[in-house]
Design a protein around this ligand. Sequence first.
Ligand SMILES: Cc1cc2nc3c(=O)[nH]c(=O)nc-3n(C[C@H](O)[C@H](O)[C@H](O)COP(=O)(O)OP(=O)(O)OC[C@H]3O[C@@H](n4cnc5c(N)ncnc54)[C@H](O)[C@@H]3O)c2cc1C
Length: 394
Amino acid sequence: MAKIVILGGSFGGITSAFELKRLLGGKADITLLCDMDKFVFIPSLPWISFGWRRPEDITLSLDSILRPKGIKFIHEEAVGVDADSSKVMTKTQEIHYDYLVIATGPALAFSAVPGLGPEGGHTECIFTLDQAIRTKKAWDRFLENPGPIVVGSVQGVSCFGPVYEYACELDTELRRKKIRHKVPITFVTSEPYIGHFGIGGLKYSRRMMEDEFASRDINVIANQAVEEFTPDEVKLKDETKLPFKLAMFAPPMAGVKAVFHLGNPKGFIPVDSNYRHKDYKNIFSVGVAMAIPPNDTPIPTGVPKTGYMTEEMAKYAALSIAAEIEGRPPVKTEPVGAICIMDMGNTAALMKARPVLPPRQEAVMKSSIAFKWMKQGFEKYYLWKIKRGLTQLP
Ligand SMILES: Cc1cc2nc3c(=O)[nH]c(=O)nc-3n(C[C@H](O)[C@H](O)[C@H](O)COP(=O)(O)OP(=O)(O)OC[C@H]3O[C@@H](n4cnc5c(N)ncnc54)[C@H](O)[C@@H]3O)c2cc1C
Protein backbone atom coordinates (compact mmCIF):
# COMPACT_ATOMS: atom_id res chain seq x y z
CA MET A 1 0.00 0.00 0.00
CA ALA A 2 1.37 3.45 -0.95
CA LYS A 3 2.31 5.55 2.05
CA ILE A 4 1.41 9.22 1.56
CA VAL A 5 2.49 11.87 4.04
CA ILE A 6 1.03 15.37 3.97
CA LEU A 7 2.69 18.28 5.78
CA GLY A 8 0.30 21.03 6.94
CA GLY A 9 -3.30 21.02 8.17
CA SER A 10 -4.79 24.02 6.41
CA PHE A 11 -6.44 24.57 3.01
CA GLY A 12 -3.72 22.78 1.03
CA GLY A 13 -3.08 19.92 3.47
CA ILE A 14 -6.64 18.94 4.32
CA THR A 15 -7.86 19.25 0.72
CA SER A 16 -5.00 16.99 -0.41
CA ALA A 17 -5.75 14.49 2.37
CA PHE A 18 -9.52 14.26 1.76
CA GLU A 19 -9.16 14.14 -2.03
CA LEU A 20 -6.48 11.42 -1.87
CA LYS A 21 -8.64 9.35 0.47
CA ARG A 22 -11.68 9.81 -1.77
CA LEU A 23 -9.71 8.85 -4.89
CA LEU A 24 -7.66 5.99 -3.46
CA GLY A 25 -9.71 4.59 -0.56
CA GLY A 26 -7.86 1.58 0.87
CA LYS A 27 -5.06 1.72 -1.71
CA ALA A 28 -3.17 4.34 0.29
CA ASP A 29 -2.09 4.84 3.86
CA ILE A 30 -2.49 8.59 4.41
CA THR A 31 -0.92 10.53 7.29
CA LEU A 32 -1.26 14.27 7.86
CA LEU A 33 1.32 15.93 10.07
CA CYS A 34 0.73 19.42 11.43
CA ASP A 35 2.34 21.57 14.09
CA MET A 36 -1.14 22.90 14.99
CA ASP A 37 -3.95 20.68 16.25
CA LYS A 38 -6.61 22.90 14.67
CA PHE A 39 -7.81 23.88 11.24
CA VAL A 40 -8.22 27.67 11.26
CA PHE A 41 -10.50 29.39 8.74
CA ILE A 42 -7.90 32.06 7.98
CA PRO A 43 -10.17 34.37 5.88
CA SER A 44 -12.05 35.23 9.11
CA LEU A 45 -8.93 36.32 11.03
CA PRO A 46 -9.51 40.04 10.32
CA TRP A 47 -12.94 39.62 12.01
CA ILE A 48 -11.23 38.18 15.11
CA SER A 49 -9.11 41.34 15.34
CA PHE A 50 -12.27 43.48 15.75
CA GLY A 51 -14.10 41.02 18.02
CA TRP A 52 -16.59 40.13 15.25
CA ARG A 53 -15.67 36.43 15.68
CA ARG A 54 -14.33 34.31 18.55
CA PRO A 55 -11.52 31.78 17.92
CA GLU A 56 -13.94 28.87 18.57
CA ASP A 57 -16.23 30.17 15.79
CA ILE A 58 -13.59 29.58 13.10
CA THR A 59 -11.56 26.57 14.24
CA LEU A 60 -12.01 22.78 14.00
CA SER A 61 -10.01 20.03 15.69
CA LEU A 62 -7.90 18.34 12.97
CA ASP A 63 -7.99 14.96 14.69
CA SER A 64 -11.79 15.00 14.87
CA ILE A 65 -12.20 15.73 11.15
CA LEU A 66 -9.42 13.49 9.79
CA ARG A 67 -9.67 10.31 11.88
CA PRO A 68 -13.31 9.45 10.95
CA LYS A 69 -12.20 9.44 7.30
CA GLY A 70 -9.38 6.97 8.01
CA ILE A 71 -6.62 9.59 7.74
CA LYS A 72 -3.95 9.43 10.46
CA PHE A 73 -3.22 12.71 12.20
CA ILE A 74 0.09 13.42 13.91
CA HIS A 75 0.22 16.64 15.90
CA GLU A 76 3.94 17.37 15.54
CA GLU A 77 6.14 19.81 13.69
CA ALA A 78 8.21 18.46 10.81
CA VAL A 79 11.75 19.60 11.51
CA GLY A 80 13.25 18.33 8.26
CA VAL A 81 12.76 16.26 5.12
CA ASP A 82 15.38 13.87 3.74
CA ALA A 83 14.26 13.81 0.12
CA ASP A 84 16.94 11.31 -0.97
CA SER A 85 15.73 8.65 1.47
CA SER A 86 12.04 9.77 1.44
CA LYS A 87 11.77 10.54 5.16
CA VAL A 88 10.18 13.28 7.22
CA MET A 89 11.81 14.00 10.54
CA THR A 90 10.07 15.29 13.68
CA LYS A 91 11.62 15.75 17.12
CA THR A 92 10.45 12.27 18.13
CA GLN A 93 10.33 10.13 14.97
CA GLU A 94 11.23 9.56 11.34
CA ILE A 95 8.33 8.89 8.97
CA HIS A 96 8.92 7.14 5.66
CA TYR A 97 6.81 8.13 2.65
CA ASP A 98 6.27 6.94 -0.91
CA TYR A 99 4.70 10.32 -1.74
CA LEU A 100 5.02 13.59 0.16
CA VAL A 101 2.71 16.61 -0.20
CA ILE A 102 4.21 19.81 1.18
CA ALA A 103 1.46 22.26 2.22
CA THR A 104 3.31 24.05 4.99
CA GLY A 105 2.31 27.59 3.94
CA PRO A 106 4.62 30.46 4.72
CA ALA A 107 7.12 31.54 7.34
CA LEU A 108 6.37 35.21 7.99
CA ALA A 109 9.57 37.18 7.31
CA PHE A 110 9.21 40.02 9.84
CA SER A 111 12.99 40.48 9.88
CA ALA A 112 12.76 42.01 6.36
CA VAL A 113 12.15 45.49 7.85
CA PRO A 114 13.50 46.72 11.21
CA GLY A 115 10.72 47.05 13.78
CA LEU A 116 8.16 45.08 11.71
CA GLY A 117 5.92 42.55 13.47
CA PRO A 118 4.37 41.82 16.83
CA GLU A 119 7.29 39.86 18.29
CA GLY A 120 10.15 42.22 19.01
CA GLY A 121 8.70 44.84 16.62
CA HIS A 122 6.12 47.61 16.81
CA THR A 123 3.36 46.54 14.40
CA GLU A 124 0.41 44.20 14.68
CA CYS A 125 -0.39 41.46 12.16
CA ILE A 126 -3.52 39.39 11.44
CA PHE A 127 -2.01 36.47 9.51
CA THR A 128 -2.24 33.83 12.27
CA LEU A 129 -4.86 33.17 14.94
CA ASP A 130 -2.50 34.21 17.75
CA GLN A 131 -1.63 37.43 15.93
CA ALA A 132 -5.29 38.26 15.29
CA ILE A 133 -6.11 37.70 18.99
CA ARG A 134 -3.19 39.98 19.90
CA THR A 135 -4.39 42.62 17.43
CA LYS A 136 -7.82 42.57 19.10
CA LYS A 137 -6.12 43.36 22.44
CA ALA A 138 -4.14 46.19 20.78
CA TRP A 139 -7.44 47.47 19.29
CA ASP A 140 -9.11 47.50 22.73
CA ARG A 141 -6.16 49.49 24.16
CA PHE A 142 -6.27 51.84 21.16
CA LEU A 143 -9.96 52.61 21.74
CA GLU A 144 -9.11 54.00 25.20
CA ASN A 145 -6.80 56.57 23.60
CA PRO A 146 -7.39 56.83 19.84
CA GLY A 147 -5.07 58.54 17.35
CA PRO A 148 -3.55 57.96 13.89
CA ILE A 149 -3.50 54.47 12.39
CA VAL A 150 -1.19 53.26 9.62
CA VAL A 151 -2.10 50.08 7.73
CA GLY A 152 -0.07 48.55 4.96
CA SER A 153 2.13 46.08 3.14
CA VAL A 154 5.91 46.37 3.14
CA GLN A 155 8.19 45.60 0.20
CA GLY A 156 8.16 41.95 -0.86
CA VAL A 157 4.58 41.27 0.32
CA SER A 158 2.43 38.91 -1.78
CA CYS A 159 -0.75 38.58 0.32
CA PHE A 160 -2.37 42.05 -0.02
CA GLY A 161 -6.10 41.26 0.26
CA PRO A 162 -6.36 41.04 4.07
CA VAL A 163 -4.74 44.47 4.43
CA TYR A 164 -7.44 46.04 2.25
CA GLU A 165 -10.02 44.20 4.31
CA TYR A 166 -8.51 45.44 7.56
CA ALA A 167 -8.39 49.09 6.34
CA CYS A 168 -12.07 49.10 5.27
CA GLU A 169 -13.24 47.17 8.36
CA LEU A 170 -11.31 49.63 10.52
CA ASP A 171 -13.05 52.56 8.85
CA THR A 172 -16.45 50.85 9.26
CA GLU A 173 -15.90 50.01 12.94
CA LEU A 174 -14.63 53.50 13.81
CA ARG A 175 -17.73 55.02 12.19
CA ARG A 176 -19.97 52.59 14.11
CA LYS A 177 -18.26 53.75 17.31
CA LYS A 178 -18.66 57.39 16.16
CA ILE A 179 -14.95 58.18 16.57
CA ARG A 180 -13.80 58.11 12.94
CA HIS A 181 -13.07 61.88 13.10
CA LYS A 182 -10.44 61.23 15.80
CA VAL A 183 -8.51 58.69 13.71
CA PRO A 184 -6.56 59.66 10.56
CA ILE A 185 -5.95 56.44 8.57
CA THR A 186 -3.03 56.05 6.14
CA PHE A 187 -2.68 53.05 3.83
CA VAL A 188 0.90 52.37 2.72
CA THR A 189 1.64 49.76 0.06
CA SER A 190 4.47 48.39 -2.04
CA GLU A 191 1.99 47.79 -4.90
CA PRO A 192 2.60 50.23 -7.81
CA TYR A 193 -0.99 51.46 -7.32
CA ILE A 194 -3.87 50.53 -5.05
CA GLY A 195 -6.06 47.79 -6.46
CA HIS A 196 -3.02 46.01 -7.98
CA PHE A 197 -3.38 43.23 -5.35
CA GLY A 198 -0.15 41.55 -6.52
CA ILE A 199 -1.96 40.29 -9.63
CA GLY A 200 -1.55 43.30 -11.95
CA GLY A 201 -4.99 44.69 -11.03
CA LEU A 202 -8.36 43.23 -11.92
CA LYS A 203 -10.55 45.06 -14.45
CA TYR A 204 -11.12 48.56 -12.99
CA SER A 205 -9.87 47.58 -9.50
CA ARG A 206 -7.51 50.58 -9.46
CA ARG A 207 -10.30 53.11 -10.02
CA MET A 208 -12.61 51.20 -7.71
CA MET A 209 -10.18 51.12 -4.78
CA GLU A 210 -9.12 54.74 -5.33
CA ASP A 211 -12.79 55.79 -5.16
CA GLU A 212 -13.47 53.49 -2.21
CA PHE A 213 -10.54 54.86 -0.16
CA ALA A 214 -11.36 58.46 -1.17
CA SER A 215 -14.96 57.99 -0.03
CA ARG A 216 -13.73 56.55 3.26
CA ASP A 217 -11.18 59.37 3.70
CA ILE A 218 -8.25 56.92 3.82
CA ASN A 219 -4.98 58.57 2.79
CA VAL A 220 -3.04 56.38 0.32
CA ILE A 221 0.73 56.10 -0.23
CA ALA A 222 1.42 53.52 -2.97
CA ASN A 223 4.63 52.33 -4.67
CA GLN A 224 6.53 52.81 -1.42
CA ALA A 225 8.99 50.81 0.65
CA VAL A 226 9.36 51.08 4.41
CA GLU A 227 12.75 51.94 5.98
CA GLU A 228 11.84 51.08 9.58
CA PHE A 229 9.21 51.08 12.28
CA THR A 230 9.84 52.74 15.65
CA PRO A 231 7.41 52.31 18.59
CA ASP A 232 5.26 55.21 17.34
CA GLU A 233 6.31 56.00 13.77
CA VAL A 234 6.66 54.44 10.30
CA LYS A 235 9.66 55.78 8.35
CA LEU A 236 9.29 55.34 4.60
CA LYS A 237 12.22 55.04 2.18
CA ASP A 238 11.43 58.53 0.82
CA GLU A 239 11.93 59.82 4.39
CA THR A 240 8.23 60.48 5.03
CA LYS A 241 7.44 59.86 8.69
CA LEU A 242 3.98 58.70 9.72
CA PRO A 243 3.16 58.75 13.44
CA PHE A 244 0.78 56.07 14.73
CA LYS A 245 -1.07 54.88 17.79
CA LEU A 246 -1.73 51.56 16.03
CA ALA A 247 -0.01 50.03 12.99
CA MET A 248 -1.00 46.82 11.21
CA PHE A 249 1.35 45.68 8.45
CA ALA A 250 1.61 42.56 6.28
CA PRO A 251 5.05 40.94 6.15
CA PRO A 252 6.78 39.24 3.20
CA MET A 253 6.69 35.44 3.18
CA ALA A 254 9.29 32.69 2.78
CA GLY A 255 9.25 28.89 2.86
CA VAL A 256 9.22 27.20 6.29
CA LYS A 257 12.48 25.93 7.78
CA ALA A 258 11.75 22.19 7.51
CA VAL A 259 11.48 22.29 3.68
CA PHE A 260 13.51 25.42 2.89
CA HIS A 261 16.39 23.34 1.45
CA LEU A 262 14.02 21.84 -1.15
CA GLY A 263 13.00 25.26 -2.44
CA ASN A 264 14.18 28.33 -4.36
CA PRO A 265 16.29 31.02 -2.61
CA LYS A 266 13.18 32.09 -0.66
CA GLY A 267 12.41 28.50 0.32
CA PHE A 268 9.34 28.11 -1.92
CA ILE A 269 9.12 24.73 -3.66
CA PRO A 270 9.62 24.73 -7.45
CA VAL A 271 6.95 22.53 -9.08
CA ASP A 272 5.79 21.54 -12.57
CA SER A 273 2.24 21.95 -13.87
CA ASN A 274 1.14 18.88 -11.85
CA TYR A 275 2.53 20.43 -8.62
CA ARG A 276 5.34 17.85 -8.60
CA HIS A 277 8.79 18.91 -7.35
CA LYS A 278 11.09 19.65 -10.27
CA ASP A 279 13.87 17.36 -8.91
CA TYR A 280 12.17 14.94 -6.50
CA LYS A 281 9.45 13.10 -8.38
CA ASN A 282 7.67 11.73 -5.29
CA ILE A 283 7.31 15.18 -3.70
CA PHE A 284 4.40 17.51 -4.50
CA SER A 285 3.75 21.00 -3.17
CA VAL A 286 0.60 23.13 -3.12
CA GLY A 287 -0.59 26.49 -1.82
CA VAL A 288 1.63 29.12 -0.31
CA ALA A 289 4.54 26.66 0.05
CA MET A 290 4.99 26.32 -3.74
CA ALA A 291 6.93 28.79 -5.90
CA ILE A 292 5.38 31.37 -8.27
CA PRO A 293 7.78 33.93 -9.86
CA PRO A 294 7.49 37.40 -8.27
CA ASN A 295 5.98 40.45 -10.04
CA ASP A 296 8.10 42.85 -12.02
CA THR A 297 7.04 45.94 -10.03
CA PRO A 298 9.24 48.98 -9.15
CA ILE A 299 9.08 48.02 -5.44
CA PRO A 300 9.28 44.20 -5.09
CA THR A 301 5.91 42.43 -4.70
CA GLY A 302 4.87 38.79 -4.97
CA VAL A 303 1.83 37.02 -6.43
CA PRO A 304 -0.73 35.92 -3.79
CA LYS A 305 -1.68 32.24 -3.47
CA THR A 306 -5.26 32.39 -2.25
CA GLY A 307 -7.37 29.72 -0.58
CA TYR A 308 -9.24 28.88 -3.76
CA MET A 309 -6.00 28.62 -5.77
CA THR A 310 -4.55 26.41 -3.03
CA GLU A 311 -7.54 24.05 -3.18
CA GLU A 312 -7.33 23.78 -6.98
CA MET A 313 -3.62 22.96 -6.68
CA ALA A 314 -4.30 20.35 -3.98
CA LYS A 315 -6.95 18.68 -6.16
CA TYR A 316 -4.56 18.50 -9.13
CA ALA A 317 -1.77 17.13 -6.93
CA ALA A 318 -4.13 14.48 -5.50
CA LEU A 319 -5.34 13.49 -8.98
CA SER A 320 -1.74 13.22 -10.20
CA ILE A 321 -0.64 11.04 -7.27
CA ALA A 322 -3.73 8.83 -7.58
CA ALA A 323 -3.23 8.42 -11.34
CA GLU A 324 0.38 7.33 -10.81
CA ILE A 325 -0.49 4.86 -8.04
CA GLU A 326 -3.25 3.34 -10.18
CA GLY A 327 -1.02 3.20 -13.27
CA ARG A 328 -3.01 5.73 -15.31
CA PRO A 329 -1.46 8.44 -17.53
CA PRO A 330 -0.66 11.81 -15.88
CA VAL A 331 -3.61 14.20 -15.54
CA LYS A 332 -3.75 17.27 -17.73
CA THR A 333 -3.91 20.45 -15.65
CA GLU A 334 -5.06 24.01 -16.41
CA PRO A 335 -3.60 27.19 -14.86
CA VAL A 336 -5.44 27.78 -11.58
CA GLY A 337 -7.85 30.68 -11.09
CA ALA A 338 -8.80 32.76 -8.07
CA ILE A 339 -12.22 33.57 -6.65
CA CYS A 340 -12.54 35.46 -3.42
CA ILE A 341 -14.77 37.88 -1.60
CA MET A 342 -12.93 40.82 -0.07
CA ASP A 343 -14.72 42.06 3.02
CA MET A 344 -14.97 45.84 3.32
CA GLY A 345 -16.71 46.10 6.68
CA ASN A 346 -20.10 47.50 5.63
CA THR A 347 -19.95 45.92 2.15
CA ALA A 348 -17.72 43.50 0.18
CA ALA A 349 -16.27 42.89 -3.28
CA LEU A 350 -16.34 39.76 -5.40
CA MET A 351 -13.07 39.13 -7.23
CA LYS A 352 -12.63 36.50 -9.89
CA ALA A 353 -9.58 35.98 -12.10
CA ARG A 354 -8.86 33.07 -14.44
CA PRO A 355 -5.98 32.67 -14.93
CA VAL A 356 -4.72 34.60 -11.94
CA LEU A 357 -2.39 36.87 -13.95
CA PRO A 358 -3.33 38.83 -17.10
CA PRO A 359 -4.18 38.36 -19.92
CA ARG A 360 -7.27 36.60 -18.58
CA GLN A 361 -10.12 34.57 -19.92
CA GLU A 362 -12.35 35.77 -17.10
CA ALA A 363 -12.15 38.78 -14.78
CA VAL A 364 -14.77 40.08 -12.33
CA MET A 365 -14.57 42.85 -9.72
CA LYS A 366 -17.86 44.04 -8.22
CA SER A 367 -18.91 45.38 -4.85
CA SER A 368 -22.26 44.94 -3.14
CA ILE A 369 -23.73 44.32 0.31
CA ALA A 370 -24.91 40.96 -1.10
CA PHE A 371 -21.24 39.82 -1.28
CA LYS A 372 -20.86 40.63 2.42
CA TRP A 373 -23.75 38.24 3.18
CA MET A 374 -22.21 35.68 0.83
CA LYS A 375 -18.86 35.92 2.65
CA GLN A 376 -20.57 35.39 6.01
CA GLY A 377 -22.52 32.43 4.60
CA PHE A 378 -19.44 30.97 2.94
CA GLU A 379 -17.56 30.83 6.25
CA LYS A 380 -20.31 28.68 7.80
CA TYR A 381 -20.69 26.53 4.69
CA TYR A 382 -16.92 25.94 4.39
CA LEU A 383 -16.59 24.84 8.02
CA TRP A 384 -19.62 22.54 7.58
CA LYS A 385 -18.04 21.06 4.44
CA ILE A 386 -14.59 20.53 5.97
CA LYS A 387 -16.03 18.97 9.14
CA ARG A 388 -17.47 16.25 6.86
CA GLY A 389 -14.45 15.96 4.56
CA LEU A 390 -16.52 16.98 1.53
CA THR A 391 -13.77 18.77 -0.41
CA GLN A 392 -15.33 17.64 -3.70
CA LEU A 393 -18.17 20.14 -3.13
CA PRO A 394 -17.70 23.66 -4.60
C1 LIG B 1 -5.65 37.16 7.02
C2 LIG B 1 -5.81 36.39 5.75
C3 LIG B 1 -7.02 36.42 5.09
C4 LIG B 1 -7.19 35.69 3.90
N1 LIG B 1 -8.40 35.73 3.26
C5 LIG B 1 -8.58 34.98 2.15
C6 LIG B 1 -9.84 34.98 1.49
O1 LIG B 1 -10.78 35.67 1.89
N2 LIG B 1 -9.99 34.18 0.40
C7 LIG B 1 -8.96 33.40 -0.07
O2 LIG B 1 -9.14 32.69 -1.07
N3 LIG B 1 -7.74 33.40 0.54
C8 LIG B 1 -7.54 34.16 1.62
N4 LIG B 1 -6.33 34.16 2.25
C9 LIG B 1 -5.28 33.27 1.74
C10 LIG B 1 -5.44 31.86 2.30
O3 LIG B 1 -5.57 31.91 3.70
C11 LIG B 1 -4.24 31.03 1.88
O4 LIG B 1 -4.27 30.92 0.49
C12 LIG B 1 -4.28 29.64 2.49
O5 LIG B 1 -4.28 29.70 3.88
C13 LIG B 1 -3.10 28.83 1.98
O6 LIG B 1 -3.22 27.54 2.49
P1 LIG B 1 -1.93 26.62 2.69
O7 LIG B 1 -2.46 25.30 3.13
O8 LIG B 1 -1.06 26.69 1.50
O9 LIG B 1 -1.07 27.32 3.85
P2 LIG B 1 -1.47 27.76 5.33
O10 LIG B 1 -2.91 28.11 5.44
O11 LIG B 1 -0.48 28.79 5.74
O12 LIG B 1 -1.23 26.45 6.21
C14 LIG B 1 0.03 25.89 6.44
C15 LIG B 1 -0.15 24.76 7.42
O13 LIG B 1 1.09 24.09 7.62
C16 LIG B 1 1.37 23.96 9.01
N5 LIG B 1 2.82 23.91 9.14
C17 LIG B 1 3.73 24.89 8.87
N6 LIG B 1 4.97 24.43 9.07
C18 LIG B 1 4.87 23.15 9.49
C19 LIG B 1 5.82 22.16 9.87
N7 LIG B 1 7.13 22.39 9.85
N8 LIG B 1 5.35 20.94 10.25
C20 LIG B 1 4.00 20.68 10.26
N9 LIG B 1 3.07 21.58 9.92
C21 LIG B 1 3.50 22.80 9.54
C22 LIG B 1 0.69 25.20 9.61
O14 LIG B 1 0.43 25.07 10.99
C23 LIG B 1 -0.60 25.22 8.80
O15 LIG B 1 -1.53 24.29 9.31
C24 LIG B 1 -6.11 34.92 3.40
C25 LIG B 1 -4.88 34.91 4.06
C26 LIG B 1 -4.73 35.65 5.22
C27 LIG B 1 -3.39 35.61 5.93
